[in-house]
Design a protein around this ligand. Structure first.
Ligand code: GLV
Ligand code: MN
Ligand code: MN
Length: 418
């Protein structure tokens, strides 16, 4: 590595670390024990204000789409630009890096673009509600921008905190959500898109490699099983005379583990939400709701697990004298990354001289939605012990600086080729 390259990486590392530090402060999170910010809460607004100030200082224009997705660009609308970015909302139990590291690294790429006199045409996007922490729907901002949602679906979305609609909240925050289809124009100008993100698993950590180049992103189906049993006295009702909804939920949870393992090919299944009704110690549960999250890069394996787990829940409920009904929230297919972007990233990673690997992403990303319209790629950096969606999440700004260098280099090659 040349002295110049060493100095540049050091400078980027310092600036990325400083940005992460700012956005981990009390102004930017609504929880003491974790990073927690989601659409339309003051902490999220403060985060967008911080980004706006930084991008304006670089001469970028800053806009929000009709629901509040943040966009900054160094060319006029209608001019071709290369897209970079991620999201800066967090999981409710989040850390400082999931999403936010990708946004501040995109900001760093814009600083390097200017410092190195490159002036590549760039557009940065920080998508709204990637995590679903505010409204229970992952990738909401990117599905809106990519037009991968309907008016009816949007109208039904309600806030987790107060059950008011997404549209009401967006209007109160000063947006015009009924114009959501106009958001698509921000993808129209993109000639390509690269998202930098922490891996959220432990492959890179264990291999001691600072960079992963994503080949494909796992698809997922999210939905809910609602189980109807019968509430009875927990002391007076003999075991064989119960219609216990909790037992159906428990059996189904264990069966999901078995089905996902049997499906193989990286398929995973999780019951992350489980509620019992009425939820009192001395009442046999008369109702239950359980979420299903099934993912994988093999769409067929995901579909088979979904089909079989729903059939199992229905059988289990009927066998106990109750019933179970499944309702899908959303399905997003597995998304391969664009080969020419992957090739450009591969060549840039080789030029930077650090170890890297090609790998799939198990977590979902906004890039899945961008990929419906434009060629896309993703660059992963490791997180310590693979921990994510936890306040213990840690990543290294020096790895993000490397990702910035590789991404900027790849963009230069891709633009030169276009
Ligand atoms: C997004 O955070 C996911 O759960 O994949
Ligand atoms: Mn994320
Ligand atoms: Mn996340």
């Amino acid at each position: 590595m040349s002295d110049l390259q060493f100095d540049a990486r050091l400078r980027s590392t310092g600036r990325i670390a400083a940005d992460i530090d700012v956005l981990s402060g009390p102004r930017y999170t609504s929880a003491d024990h974790a990073i927690r910010r989601y659409a339309y809460v003051p902490e999220y607004g403060a985060t967008l204000d911080f980004l706006a100030t930084e991008f304006r200082a670089l001469g970028f224009t800053v806009e929000h789409d009709p629901v509040g997705t943040f966009v900054a660009r160094n060319r006029q609308s209608g001019t071709p630009v290369f897209g970079i970015g991620s999201h800066c909302d967090s999981n409710r139990n989040g850390g400082a890096y999931d999403g936010t590291l990708g946004v501040v690294t995109a900001l760093e790429i814009c600083r390097m673009n200017r410092e190195q006199g490159l002036d590549h045409p760039l557009q940065v996007i920080a998508f709204l509600e990637e995590e679903g922490s505010g409204f229970g729907q992952m990738l909401l901002g990117s599905r809106i921008m990519a037009g991968l949602i309907s008016d009816d679906e949007l109208a039904q979305i309600r806030a987790i905190d107060d059950e008011r609609t997404f549209f009401e909240h967006a209007r109160d925050a000063g947006y015009a959500p009924e114009d959501w289809r106009a958001s698509g124009r921000f993808l129209d100008d993109l000639v390509g898109w690269i998202e930098i993100h922490i891996e959220q698993g432990r492959v890179l950590h264990d291999a001691d490699e600072p960079i992963g180049l994503v080949t494909a992103i796992a698809g997922y189906e999210h939905g809910d099983v609602t189980i109807e049993g019968r509430a009875d006295h927990a002391g007076a009702t003999p075991m064989r005379m119960r219609v216990d909804a909790a037992l159906v939920a428990a059996e189904t949870t264990v069966e999901l583990e078995r089905l996902a393992i049997a499906a193989g090919r990286g398929t995973v299944g999780t019951v992350g939400e489980l509620t019992l009704e009425p939820g009192w110690i001395n009442v046999v549960p008369g109702g239950a709701r359980m979420s299903l999250d099934v993912r994988g890069t093999d769409d067929e394996a995901v579909a088979v697990v979904m089909r079989d787990i729903v059939a199992f829940a229905e059988r289990s409920a009927l066998g106990r004298g109750g019933q179970a009904v499944y309702r899908r929230r959303v399905h997003v297919p597995a998304t391969p990354m664009d080969t020419s972007i992957l090739d450009a990233l591969h060549a840039a990673a080789e030029r930077c001289g650090e170890p890297f690997r090609a790998m799939p992403s198990g977590a979902a990303h906004d890039t899945m939605c961008v990929a419906a319209h434009r060629p896309t790629g993703m660059v992963f950096v490791p997180c310590d012990e693979g921990i994510s969606h936890s306040p213990l999440e840690r990543a290294h700004p020096s790895d993000a600086a490397l990702a910035a260098e590789i991404t900027l280099d790849a963009i230069g090659a891709l633009i030169g080729r276009a």
